[in-house]
Design a protein around this ligand. Structure first.
Ligand SMILES: *Cc1c(COP(=O)(O)O)cnc(C)c1O
Length: 386
């Protein structure tokens, strides 16, 4: 049986850490983070009104090319808001992938809709357009221009693919299929800030795209999220919903629907503004690390995820693909026991008690990946690596 001592040694060398614990992913603060947060505190505008929130939204619009951005308190409620703005409600179903972080599916549940699970592609880890097409052809019918599930009778209103670890799903093919079936495309781009596919930032292919700025993501606001769209009306609606649906007025408290307290506080946006100023540096260092990993793992016969053609991945979390489940478990045990943090890709959502009875397609790729993929330490290393 193989052992992974060479892998442990390589990662310890890279992180220049011979004995201490190496975490999976820590944030990188080397820009204006302290300056802006201090400025925010001194202004007293630490809550959801202030200049940093507006500036941070503008900077995400500039980065992604989206017309509008609305920031909120985390990536989970970013998805919730996107679903609500799309008119998804308890009568509806939303197609998503079984291989994702629970937030994707929890957000569908918050909107009181029902998830339907369709398989992923092995080489993207994102929703498979061929499985999606097959599911729609076999399991749905179109009535008055809308797509209905033959089994449940409910309308399928939206499709919510996820860009796994910052790598692009086959999003233009997915977008075309969604158009044919009149499904609203919402991209869960929580893991994909800074990732480009065919010249467009991920999250801009759908009607709406969402990001997370949690502490473990490529850039962070502590906790935070964002929704991007080119649709002004939807952006206004999302901002309204995220601020308790209060009708703007100098002193009067009037609300015209049930809203949410989801707006990102100014102090988080101050951190975010400094992070986004430094994003190119963060992406450059993460790419350098990914290149070293690709060379190393290829040389020892272990597969590692790489960006595909026409793609610039942010390489949020590097991921190796072990040969089978035994190898995955052994890799996890050896590295974690040696103080090198590693984590398996998620268990399938369809194996969770809350979602086990949901409708699903054949999920053989998702299952295959779930049994083999492991994330390895991927924090920014500032030192030159080659
Ligand atoms: C991180 C993440 C989210 C959102 O997470 P928050 O912790 O709520 O910011 C949503 N979907 C995916 C796939 C994620 O990885």
């Amino acid at each position: 049986m193989k052992d992974y001592k060479n892998v442990i040694q390589k990662i310890r060398d890279l992180f220049n850490e011979s004995t201490e614990f190496i975490p999976l992913h820590i944030p990188h603060f080397s820009g204006n983070e302290k300056k802006y947060v201090l400025e925010c505190i001194e202004s007293t505008f630490v809550s959801s009104v202030g200049q940093f929130v507006n500036d941070f939204e503008k900077s995400i619009e500039n980065l992604t090319g989206a017309k509008r951005c609305v920031v909120c308190v985390n990536g989970t409620n970013a998805i919730h808001l996107a679903l609500l703005a799309s008119g998804v409600n308890e009568e509806d179903e939303v197609i998503t992938q079984p291989l994702t972080f629970i937030a994707t599916v929890n957000a569908i549940s918050y909107a009181r809709a029902t998830p339907v699970f369709v398989d992923v592609d092995r080489d993207t880890m994102g929703l498979s357009p061929s499985s999606l097409k097959r599911f729609l052809e076999e399991e749905t019918i179109m009535k008055n221009g809308y797509c209905y599930n033959k089994t449940s009778g409910r309308r399928i209103k939206a499709c919510l693919p996820m860009h796994t670890f910052g790598h692009a799903a086959r999003i233009n093919e997915i977008a075309r299929i969604c158009q044919d079936y009149n499904l609203t495309l919402i991209e869960d781009a929580a893991e994909a800030i800074g990732s480009i596919y065919n010249g467009k930032h991920l999250g801009t292919y759908g009607l709406l795209g969402t990001f997370s700025f949690n502490g473990n993501k490529t850039m962070t606001t502590g906790g935070g999220g964002a929704i991007i769209t080119d649709n002004e009306e939807l952006a206004d609606k999302i901002k309204h919903l995220s601020t308790q649906a209060k009708i703007p007025h100098k002193w009067k408290y009037e609300h015209n629907e049930i809203g949410y307290n989801y707006r990102m506080p100014n102090i988080n946006a101050a951190l975010g503004l400094a992070q986004i100023e430094n994003l190119n540096y963060i992406l450059d260092r993460k790419r350098a690390l990914a290149e070293v990993y690709i060379d190393f793992f290829t040389s020892i016969g272990i597969d590692v995820f790489q960006e595909r053609e026409n793609e610039t991945s942010n390489y949020w979390l590097n991921a190796v693909i072990l040969e089978d489940n035994t190898a995955q478990q052994q890799f996890l045990t050896e590295l974690n026991d040696a103080g090198v943090m590693c984590r398996p890709i998620w268990e399938l959502m369809t194996d969770m008690i809350m979602f086990k009875d949901c409708q699903k397609s054949d999920l053989k790729n998702a299952k295959w990946l779930s049994e083999r993929v492991v994330n390895i330490p991927s924090s920014v290393i500032s030192r030159r690596l080659k």
